[in-house]
Design a protein. Structure first.
Lengths: 456, 405
């Protein structure tokens, strides 16, 4: 009988129920969309913040103090310590390896540009002292687990723009014509990229060839010719430099397998008070929690563990700024979500209150027939709950679609549908409809059947 | 003909008044739904306008974003590779986005001397002269560690963590920044060596080249390096949207012909990208929330309006023309919308002020334009949601009274 009454109420006045359900679904769609976006936005924005470049820098622990002004190191050429390149793949073995999205080793030496040979063979300017930067553009790093990770300066420093293309990190063979014998394949000269100010000063264009000389620690002079593949614009000191593949600079400077500085770009969680504590003073369970959160400091710690003899420092400017902005934006979106929730709850509550109020006559009749206030309340609550689940379900699907649209449009990645949101939305829908109908129901329980049936 | 007209109008308003006052509970429910919609509209619109501006202020956390340097820093004499200190006064202190923070610094390679009893050692280091109080502001994200008090009179020094590690290895009595060693320095004796010892040293970590530098007051660094009135670089922290920052840089480049003005692209470009994303996200979320809230309020209102079947039937039965009956209900809806909008809109503006304070620590300035907009929107939504009543025009009074569906 109970079920029949509920079913009857739905089938006899479907339009009414559809309207209440529509209000409910729309309200819950707002909540779903806002919740999904807020839950997802932290991760999405964290990857957007990587356009600020590396947030960790690795230097040799035993290094002498760098004398760096405006990006130029004034230490004598052979001062300071170096790190082995062979250790680098280990970075992708740390616990947070999936959060490390790029890294690039750098070996910077002072070099001389003796002369520039233009494409048309003309001779030019006198010798010029320049910084020569050896790094990876987009190197294929074989990992211990058998995979390959493509990384380099183009990823750690996304504000570097190259007119032309980046050099290729691997050497290649070149077909050389040898008239009496036909042809042969010889190693081609390495490729390089020239900073835009240097290029302007020496009138270098992509496609030209540049000869560069380096005095090694052993006081021997090494010379190397390279093919210019692009002109670099960085807005920084690199605009005055020549960039070559790391391997070529190592060979030139006679520092096989060595680099001096490593930039690491990692996805992190903004640091809180707990993250700033010194890990050495933590209790074991605290340390466990600390190292299992992707704080920039715990990622730095785990990199330091796999690269012995290094000093891993957080580039505070990037990491802290990111944390501040991220916290604000998150708080902002939660506020928007809260507002959406509030509006939806009130509108849905009003709608269900209205739907209960109009049923005065029905309630009066039921009471006249001997139903207690509890039974009547229970019947109406069951109806409202059924509506809440149907409306909440529809609203959830609608909201998920909207959240996907927003995510796709703004970040290019749709947020994954979350079960948590579904549960939250259904619970909210049930709570709000019950609360909305509770007030008129309490009034209804005080109704005297007779005046209602008389239409007073 | 005027008398019946005024009579009609008086009747019209009387009916409207009665319609509104008839059921207090119902009135409350409708005002709640409409007011909530209006409050959220007002709060979101206000917050959205304000938040975008605030986010750009938050970008200050990334520190300076514009550098002013001599054209050629690496070549030429000391005079060519520095700028006059007075240049800082020629920089406009306000951009469209707010107050521009300016920090002049002088860099040179010298040495830091550590002494205890009769023993002295030194390390070559980059010495930076700048406004020390501004260092903390510009290096907002830097980690500040302990401060060590030393003997003697002089000036406070800030030591990068790498340099501090060198310094803290021995328990030094004196830490003295000076020029690269040519004449020997005797502990405690400053004659023939124009250096001023640090009265206290504070350790900090930036993760950048500053970690191996020592910071002194600008004036002391200038006299130490014999470069009085000269600086190597001006760092600016220009707030504002990416467009405003670009405009400021372009204007500055025009104005300062003798120096190179360039943005730190790492931050200007990164900030521009992130700003686009955040403002896009905010706009999209706000639009969706407003749209759905409007629809949701509308559905709730329609639900309420449909209750008026009986009233429509009765009015038609006693000879009310469909159009006049509808006009009555539309007027009722419009009045409700107006009231809901006025109350809700005011509540929403206060809500956004409070929320702004929660998120950004600074109360959002209420934009007055938001108020009429949200009242108008609410009224429109209310009228639109009464619109389905039009279908009641086809209601036959008799069937309503018989209680037929």
């Amino acid at each position: 009988m109970f079920l029949r009454l509920v079913a009857d109420s739905f089938t006899r006045r479907p339009r009414r129920k559809v309207l209440t359900a529509a209000a409910l679904s729309l309200g819950m769609a707002v909540v779903t969309a806002a919740l999904s976006v807020s839950l997802d936005v932290g991760d999405r924005l964290a990857s957007e913040f990587r356009s600020l470049g590396a947030n960790l820098v690795v230097t040799p622990e035993a290094d002498s103090l760098p004398l760096e002004i405006g990006g130029v190191d004034y230490r004598p050429g052979n001062a300071g310590a170096y790190l082995p390149e062979a250790d680098l793949p280990k970075i992708k073995t740390v616990f947070w390896h999936n959060n490390i999205i790029a890294f690039a080793p750098v070996l910077e030496v002072s070099a001389a540009l003796p002369r520039v040979t233009y494409g048309d063979g003309q001779r030019s300017d006198p010798e010029l002292q320049i910084p020569l930067i050896g790094t990876w553009a987009a190197n294929r790093v074989p990992l211990p687990d058998g995979g390959v990770f493509v990384t380099g300066i183009a990823k750690t420093n996304p504000w570097f723009h190259v007119a032309g293309k980046w050099f290729s990190d691997e050497g290649h063979l070149e077909r050389v014509e040898m008239p009496p014998m036909g042809h042969s394949y010889l190693p081609a000269p390495p490729e390089c990229v020239v900073g835009e100010k240097l290029a302007a000063r020496r009138n270098i264009k992509a496609g030209d060839q540049v000869v560069v000389g380096v005095t090694t620690a052993g006081s021997s002079q090494n010379m190397q010719q390279c093919d210019v593949t692009g002109i670099l614009s960085s807005g920084g000191p690199e605009d005055d430099a020549l960039l070559m593949p790391l391997a070529s600079v190592q060979e030139l400077a006679d520092r096989p397998d060595q680099y001096r500085k490593l930039y690491v770009s990692a996805l992190t969680k903004p640091e809180d008070e707990f993250a700033r504590r010194d890990p050495r003073t933590m209790k074991p369970d605290e340390f466990e929690r600390w190292s299992c959160s992707p704080y920039v400091s715990s990622i730095a710690y785990s990199i330091g563990k796999v690269l012995p003899g290094t000093d891993v420092r957080v580039i505070r400017r990037v990491a802290e700024g990111e944390g501040t902005v991220l916290r604000r934006v998150r708080a902002l979106l939660w506020m928007v979500t809260l507002l959406a929730l509030l509006a939806a709850a009130l509108a849905v509550g009003a709608s269900s209150a209205a739907s209960v109020m109009e049923r005065r006559t029905e309630i009066g009749l039921m009471k006249a027939l001997g139903a207690g206030s509890g039974t009547v309340g229970f019947l109406l609550a069951a109806e409202q709950l059924l509506l809440a689940f149907v409306g909440g379900g529809i609203g959830y699907s609608l909201g998920t679609i909207l959240a996907r649209l927003v995510g796709q449009k703004i970040f290019g990645v749709a947020p994954a549908p979350s079960l948590l949101v579904l549960v939250a939305v259904l619970a909210l829908a049930a709570g709000v409809t019950l609360l909305g109908s509770a007030i008129p129901l309490r009034r209804a329980s005080r109704y005297e059947p007779a005046p209602i049936l008389r239409g007073e | 003909m005027s008398a019946p007209g005024t009579g009609n109008r008086a009747m019209f308003w009387r009916i409207v008044r009665r319609l509104l006052g008839a059921n207090r509970g119902r009135l409350f429910v409708i005002l709640l739904a409409l007011g909530a919609g209006a409050a959220v509209t007002a709060a979101l619109l206000n917050l959205q306008v304000d938040a975008k501006r605030r986010i750009t202020t938050e970008f200050r956390a990334f520190g300076p974003n514009v550098l002013i340097t001599p054209f050629d820093r690496t070549q030429g004499s000391a005079r060519e590779s520095t700028l006059p200190t007075a240049l800082a006064d020629r920089i406009p202190p306000e951009s469209e986005g707010g107050h521009v923070a300016i920090s002049p610094s002088l860099y040179f390679i010298g040495a830091v001397y550590f002494s205890r009893a009769r023993s002295v050692s030194h390390v070559p280091a980059v010495i930076v002269g700048t406004d020390l109080s501004q260092v903390r502001q510009f290096g907002a994200g830097w980690q500040w560690k302990k401060t060590l008090q030393l003997e003697g009179s002089g000036h406070p020094c800030l030591l990068g963590t790498k340099l501090y590690r060198e310094a803290s290895s021995g328990k030094w009595d004196h830490v003295v920044p000076g020029r690269s060693p040519k004449s020997p320095y005797t502990p405690g004796v400053m004659t023939g060596f124009d250096a001023i010892p640090c009265t206290e040293i504070t350790e900090f970590s930036s993760g950048g080249p500053e970690d191996s530098q020592i910071f002194l007051p600008l004036h002391d660094a200038q006299s130490l390096s014999l470069m009085g009135g000269r600086i190597s670089i001006l760092q600016l922290n220009v707030p504002g949207t990416p467009k405003q920052v670009d405009a400021y840089i372009a204007a500055l480049q025009q104005q300062l012909q003798g120096a190179e003005v360039r943005p730190i692209r790492q931050f200007t470009e990164g900030e521009a990208k992130i700003y686009d994303r955040i403002s896009g996200l905010l706009t999209a979320t706000v639009v969706i929330v407003l749209l759905l809230t409007g629809l949701c309020v509308m559905a709730a209102m329609t639900n309420v309006a449909m209750e008026r079947r009986n009233d429509v039937g009765l009015m038609k039965a006693i000879g009310g023309a469909t159009r006049r009956v509808l006009r009555l209900f539309m007027m009722e809806a419009a009045l409700l919308g107006l009231a809901g909008g006025v109350i809700g809109g005011a509540a929403g503006i206060f809500l956004s002020v409070w929320l702004g304070k929660q998120v950004f620590g600074v109360a959002a300035e209420p934009r007055l334009i938001v108020y009429p907009v949200s009242v108008a929107l609410t009224t429109i939504v209310a009228i639109l949601s009464a619109y389905p009543l039009r279908r009641l025009a086809s209601v036959r009074p008799a069937s309503v009274f018989r209680g037929e569906a």
